[in-house]
Design a protein around this ligand. Structure first.
Ligand SMILES: [Zn+2]
Length: 91
């Protein structure tokens, strides 16, 4: 599998580190114990298209949001992860 980094271009998988599902959002301060438990421990096991966080440690060191079909390893989109401040640089 190869990933096309928006900053470095197409690179081999070994340059990247998988960081998991990009969907969970950190609960607000004061959230219930159940909400925090779900955020920290529970993940969906999606068979199909999902957004994932990847880190390009062997390249630009950017955090990326990769949209990937987990059944085919087919990547349909790669963009800088929200909050990384890299979105402005990519344009
Ligand atoms: Zn990169």
């Amino acid at each position: 599998m190869r990933i096309t980094c928006p900053f470095c271009g197409e690179r081999e998988l070994g340059e990247f580190t998988y960081l998991g599902d990009a969907k969970p959002v950190r609960p607000a301060p004061g959230a219930s114990e159940d909400e925090v438990y779900d955020y920290v421990y529970l993940r969906d096991n999606i068979a199909g298209v999902m957004d994932e966080n990847w880190y390009h440690g062997g390249g630009c060191r950017a955090w990326l949001k990769v949209t990937r079909n987990t059944l085919k390893h087919e990547i349909s989109a790669v963009e800088p992860a929200a909050g990384a401040g890299a979105r402005q640089v990519a344009k």
